[in-house]
Design a protein around this ligand. Sequence first.
Ligand code: AMP
Ligand code: MN
Ligand code: MN
Ligand code: MN
Length: 285
Amino acid sequence: MHLLNADLHSHSNVSDGTLEPEALARRAADGGVELWSLTDHDELGGQARARDAALALGMGYLSGTEVSVSFAGETVHIVGLGVDIDDAALQGGLASVRSGRRARAQAMADGLARVGIVGAFEGALRYVGNPDLISRTHFARFLVDTGVCSDTHEVFRRYLTDNKPGYVPHQWARLGDAVRWITGAGGMAVIAHPARYRFTPTVEYALITEFIAHGGRGIEVMTGSHSAPEQLQYGDTALEFGLCASRGSDFHAPGESRTELGALPDLPGRLTPVWEALAPRIQRA
Ligand code: AMP
Ligand code: MN
Ligand code: MN
Ligand code: MN
């Protein structure tokens, strides 16, 4: 069970990836993935297509989403795995999280216009596959393709993070709400890429303990966002707090994502994989 090639974090063009769910499923299968989850940001719109494609390719499938949360002044991502995609409270919660994205994008474009980058709203929209889900990634692709920056990481560093011209602070979901939407829909809540947050140890402890108090049960250990020392560190965190461990590339786009689908190292054997507890939720052909 440990050595299952599970990739439980990835994005299609229903959020800020570039591939259709079917093409992403094909790429996962080609990468040797045996259990897959599409986890579009704040969206379930690609789930039926992803599941159908996964089952046709012989993979197991766990439904998924990645919920944007505001915690201690930072954005934290909570992955929900094995959720019932027809659950009304989850659907309503995700719709409420998506609802502010368009106005935020307009404000981001206004900020970029003030430093001489005009037409960014319309420019970003050309990259959007789902008009309800305009993200910073779409702005980043526009600024790369128009030659303002040489890659998306440079765009984020110069324009789209704290105190930079295209950054607009935003209120996402509350941690407890996100965890309850996921667990209420029969799924498991998982803290995504924990090393990405710039929290002090005290605030990180608060995040994990509050997450558990609300019913959260998993944490990503193997993710495209973690260095090898961070994989070890968060493996220890999973053991310390009794959390299940997850593995997922966070693949977004060919040529953009550094970690390919299915290519991460296996979870260390001392950890309990999320897919053990989620076994009844796995869909198979
Ligand atoms: P948003 O939900 O609109 O705030 O966009 C967040 C998305 O931007 C993340 O899910 C990543 O796909 C992408 N992102 C965030 N930080 C970076 C970065 N430093 N470099 C490249 N992509 C990033
Ligand atoms: Mn993303
Ligand atoms: Mn994320
Ligand atoms: Mn992600």
